[in-house]
Write a protein that binds this ligand. Structure first.
Ligand SMILES: Cc1cc2nc3c(=O)[nH]c(=O)nc-3n(C[C@H](O)[C@H](O)[C@H](O)COP(=O)(O)OP(=O)(O)OC[C@H]3O[C@@H](n4cnc5c(N)ncnc54)[C@H](O)[C@@H]3O)c2cc1C
Length: 400
């Protein structure tokens, strides 16, 4: 039987799009399938490119760890492994060239902004100051925080509250428009020969003994040599359909977007209560909760109130600003906060591109590249071994 495609990628978010783009530019016959499910992460994302910030637990990380500590008393280590921080830094370095390439190939402007003041972690008391100083002492030279006192911070960001003690600054951490990034990848992949079917729900994986041979779409079977699972928060369900264990779970994030404002913030801001970015068209985005509420994509009054309170405490002029929109999305979470990439033991024809969690946007360019390289038999620019799914077999207790 003639195969539908050489590679079928399931999931048209930023990760599936990146993989399809990198495969198409290697002349692979690739088919991207997507059904927009409520809560898909890419279009809910803030678009922060904070490789070191998130890897050391700022941005969404500090909110996530605080919520875990409050709910189950786990004393969590905030700093993610160096191998992942280095992966994120390298991925982040792709954006200047990628932004140009995607514009040229797909005509999509991903609104990559690199002119701002970077990422500021704002501290309001000595405990928070000690927290960043401890993190800073563990960082390699090139990525050290610059510490600013309150006066220096206010000179750069005049709209911030006077209640600050200071800020830790990561100067190379910026932002983009995550929806346009995914759209750019997808359109560029199509321009380079990929096929795309939207509104197509993959209902199962077709497995023959130890080989995945295609996907099921309703009563239709689409065959291929390799299936890439880029189904976001749903990746675990898709894998389970073929008897594979990919421990990804949804982590809800709620977000507030203000109406468009004149220039208010140059930096991306992180505090222990929220993070904030002024987007290209003037809205201030205030994020985000991290909640284990399954596939529930409700927006709750309590969460939105808390985010707004933290934002107003940090940038007082937001007090009387209108809210344009609130929403929530489902991060593809993993227990150790690292992605799940690459093939699985004892099965061929199957590759994970899952578990982007809270850094899937910044990780997308390198994720797409290394997975495409692995699929076509090139040596990946960065080893994917630390991100293989089999790491969970070694520590089954945590994922029972
Ligand atoms: C509120 C919030 C803020 C965030 N902020 C940031 C940030 O600032 N920086 C950052 O780097 N990351 C951020 N993230 C994380 C980032 O958005 C995710 O890691 C990333 O978008 C994951 O991309 P994905 O392609 O794996 O998943 P998704 O974007 O969810 O894409 C998966 C796609 O697959 C589809 N799908 C699922 N199952 C099937 C099926 N069976 N058949 C067909 N299609 C299917 C889904 O509908 C979806 O379209 C944030 C996430 C959230 C929720």
């Amino acid at each position: 039987m003639k195969q539908t495609a050489d590679v079928i990628v399931v999931g048209g978010g930023v990760i599936g799009g990146a993989v399809a783009f990198e495969l198409a530019r290697r002349s692979v016959d690739v088919l991207l399938l997507d059904k927009s499910l409520p809560g898909r992460a890419t279009s809910a994302s803030a678009g922060g490119l904070w490789p070191v910030g998130e890897a050391v637990g700022l941005g969404c990380g500090i909110i996530h760890h605080q919520s875990r500590a409050a709910s189950d008393g786990i004393s969590s280590e905030l700093v993610l492994p160096t191998v992942f921080r280095d992966f994120l830094i390298r991925s982040n370095e792709c954006f200047p060239k990628l932004a140009e390439e995607l514009k040229e190939i797909s005509a999509v402007d991903i609104e990559y902004e690199s002119e701002g003041n970077g990422l500021f972690f704002l501290y309001f008391n000595e405990d928070e100051q000690r927290f960043v100083e401890t993190i800073a002492s563990g960082l390699p030279g090139g990525s050290k925080f610059k510490m600013l006192d309150a006066n220096e911070v206010k000179q750069l960001e005049p709209q911030l509250t006077d209640d600050l003690l200071g800020a830790a600054v990561l100067a190379n951490e910026h932002q983009l428009n995550p929806m346009y990034l995914a759209e750019g990848f997808k359109r560029a992949a199509i321009a380079l020969g990929a096929q795309f079917r939207h509104n197509t729900l993959v209902t199962g994986l077709c497995r023959e003994a130890d080989r995945v041979v295609g996907v099921q779409v309703g009563d239709q079977v689409l065959t291929c040599n390799t299936v890439v699972n880029a189904a976001g928060a749903w990746a675990g369900n898709l894998a389970a359909a073929a008897g594979l264990r990919v421990p990804v779970f949804p982590v809800r994030g709620q977000i507030v977007l203000t109406q468009s404002l004149p220039h208010t913030l140059s930096a991306c801001l992180s505090t222990s209560g929220c993070y904030m970015l002024q987007k290209k068209h003037g809205e201030v985005l205030i994020g985000s909760t991290t909640e284990n509420t399954g596939f529930d994509v409700s927006v709750t009054a309590e969460a939105i109130t808390q985010l707004c309170r933290a934002a107003v405490q940090t940038v007082p002029i937001l007090r009387n600003v209108g809210i344009k929109r609130v929403w929530s999305g489902l991060r593809p979470g993993t227990q150790d906060e690292l992605p799940i990439l690459g093939p699985m033991e004892n099965v061929t024809g199957y590759v994970n591109a899952a578990g982007g969690f809270r850094t899937g946007i910044v990780a997308a360019p390198l994720t797409g590249r290394v997975l495409a390289q692995a699929i076509v038999g090139e040596t990946p620019d960065v080893a994917i071994d630390p991100f293989l799914a089999n790491r969970f077999q070694r520590s089954t207790a945590a994922f029972a």
